[in-house]
Write a protein that binds this ligand. Structure first.
Ligand SMILES: [Zn+2]
Length: 437
């Protein structure tokens, strides 16, 4: 009797360890998703750590003193692969229009709030068919996580403010829906779109809701950035610019944000999907000081700061940092209001003083050392430009800077918008002038 009791206790402890290992694997995996979400390949150490945790989970489930439990091995491996594929879909779907994700990934991303729950039936069947308590514990832990995720998304989604859609937002929407707004809303699962008594409004995102999935709405469907997201981009850009000024960091508006400031006279591009700022690491401003200063201010003011030291890149999001263990689950969301901060350093390239960055941007020329650079005198000393109701630092010669990035920057280009929707909205964006592409 004692022997049976002891063996049952051992089994329960092993099952609890298996469930805990699955949870650890899951947390490690959602953290890993920060890379594809920012268009980077996952780092090797982080991938290895997740892989080892997954292998330990599967080994504990399928190995016992009696030998290898083959059905448990196959089911646990298959289950982990499928559930992680579902979990990763929204982060993978964050790809630029030039490298679209597969239809399956897009489909799973669209249903990312609850797609994990589709495995509830198979998990129940497998748990009943295979009498392995460790496997049952892993399946139960995974389903509990998916259910919690779903409920938290649903609960958070409730507190939304209505924004009326008007003017250009409405005319772009009407162009993209091609006459049937109800069918369009249903086809793409746009829960934010509200039709009432002939008026069209948008159930806006906020600090306590998930962000609008505007990777789908703006990049895939060619809609305007929603008014709620524009409002939050404004707040975020002023927060980040104020932090950088307070820390005495040389910085300037970059890319699409600078283009909006110059071409759209201080506004965002209608299809803007992030705020771009650049920073010069110079003198005693090191990566460590910059990162620590931004992280501290983000924590104080309720913005999530993600640091990619090896990439010289910092991403600051509008949503507040969540407590552990939910911190990295944000990587399962299909949208993000964020400011991307790219690091520049001084360098000499072909005998010329340049400011150099690691990653490619627009048509910025390559430098001798393998980075990308812009002549120093185009940027320094920085100036300021009106942007979203404030004055934000910008390159000394804004138009020259934009020409380095985009050539003829007065021409409208939809860099991250899919080709079909971009073509459809072009007429509205150019005021009907067919000579402008
Ligand atoms: Zn929004």
């Amino acid at each position: 009797m004692t022997g049976i009791g002891a063996s049952a206790t051992t089994q329960v402890i092993a099952a609890l360890i298996a469930a805990a290992l699955y949870v650890a694997t899951y947390l490690s995996f959602v953290r890993l998703l920060r890379y594809p979400r920012n268009w980077y390949p996952p780092s090797l150490p982080a991938s290895l750590a997740t892989g080892v945790l997954a292998a330990l989970t599967v080994a504990l489930v399928s190995l016992s003193p009696d030998g290898l439990d083959r059905p448990a091995l196959y089911i646990s491996v298959g289950f982990v692969v499928v559930v992680f594929y579902i979990i990763a879909a929204p982060a993978i779907a964050f790809r630029p229009a030039s490298r679209p994700a597969s239809r399956m990934v897009e489909f799973l991303a669209k249903h990312g709030d609850y797609a994990g729950l589709w495995l509830l039936g198979p998990a129940l069947l497998a748990g009943l068919a295979i009498p392995n308590i460790k496997l049952q514990a892993v399946l139960a832990a995974a389903m509990a996580i998916e259910l919690t995720w779903f409920l938290r998304q649903r609960w958070a989604g409730r507190r939304r403010r209505l924004y009326p859609l008007s003017d250009r937002d409405l005319s772009v929407l009407e162009t993209q829906v091609k006459g049937d707004i109800v069918a369009f809303r249903r086809r793409h699962g746009i829960r934010e779109l509200v039709l009432s008594k002939g008026a069209v409004s948008w159930r806006g995102c906020g600090k306590s809701t998930p962000p609008c999935p505007f990777n789908l709405y703006v990049n895939r469907l060619g809609l305007n950035t929603a008014p709620c997201c524009r409002e939050h981009m404004k707040e975020l850009s002023h927060h980040v610019a104020a932090c950088l000024s307070e820390m005495g960091v040389v910085h300037w508006l970059e890319g699409g944000s600078l283009l909006g400031a110059v071409r759209e006279r201080g506004a965002l591009l209608d299809w803007e999907d992030d705020i771009d700022l650049s920073v010069l690491l110079d003198g005693d401003m090191t990566w460590e000081r910059l990162a620590a200063g931004l992280a501290e201010r983000g924590a104080r003011d309720g913005y999530f700061v993600d640091l990619f030291e090896k990439k010289d890149f910092i991403s600051i999001s509008f949503d507040p940092p969540k407590r552990w263990p939910f911190r990295w689950e944000r990587n399962r969301l299909r949208g993000e209001i964020r400011a991307d901060i790219m690091i520049y350093r001084r360098a000499i390239s072909h005998g010329e003083a340049v400011l150099e960055r690691q990653s490619h941007k627009g048509a910025m020329p390559a430098t001798e050392s393998g980075g990308y650079g812009v002549p120093q005198e185009i940027v320094l000393p920085t100036s300021t430009v009106p942007f979203l109701g404030g004055d934000v630092a910008c390159p000394n010669q804004t138009e020259a800077y934009l020409r380095v990035l985009y050539g003829d920057f007065r021409k409208i280009e939809y860099t991250y918008v899919d080709a079909g929707p971009a073509k459809a909205r072009a007429r509205i964006d150019t005021g009907g002038d067919p000579s402008v592409r």
